[in-house]
Design a protein around this ligand. Sequence first.
Ligand SMILES: [Zn+2]
Ligand SMILES: [Zn+2]
Length: 195
Amino acid sequence: MSGDTGCKVDRVCERWDLTMGDELRERWRGGESLRELETVFNEAVLRAALQSADADVIDGEAANLYRLLTDDSVSAGQRVDAEARLRRAGLDPTAVTDDFVSYGTVRTHLNECLGIETTRDTRLDPDEGRTTVLKLLSRTESVTERTIARLTDQGALTIPAPSVTLSLRVACDQCGDEYSFSQLLSRGGCSCGAD
Ligand SMILES: [Zn+2]
Ligand SMILES: [Zn+2]
């Protein structure tokens, strides 16, 4: 016990039983901006809030609701609808949106709680890059598997033995080469770099 209660990110994580430390660190190392991390974090808060209220959360719903609750281009009516969705789930919209953090808070959390320097001058080595991207792929695969399982349970989908594989390919428009992401990192570049 250090007596330190942590920053707002930590308090909000505790309240909604979220573990975001690794994900924020990975995403930051993968080149996402503080603004993107802000969105990722706040959407996770919204998803956790809905799930804690036992609301049936469909994939993409938290992201959509987050946009409706925060985007300035959204009409007042749409925002009211989004708040009504939270109320139907038994949530107080203000209490949930009060738990949203700013990108400045995310930066403080990265700097002070995770010990990550957020000035973008640190070099990314290929192994780190590979790990970050492959973890993201595997997350996408598990979300897809869970979605298929739920749709199967509901009778909306029939597939006895689903096997999900996400392949990531990168092409160069100049030489026309195409590689899997891993191959590209192993080769160190496309044909354009070869003598
Ligand atoms: Zn923190
Ligand atoms: Zn090329």
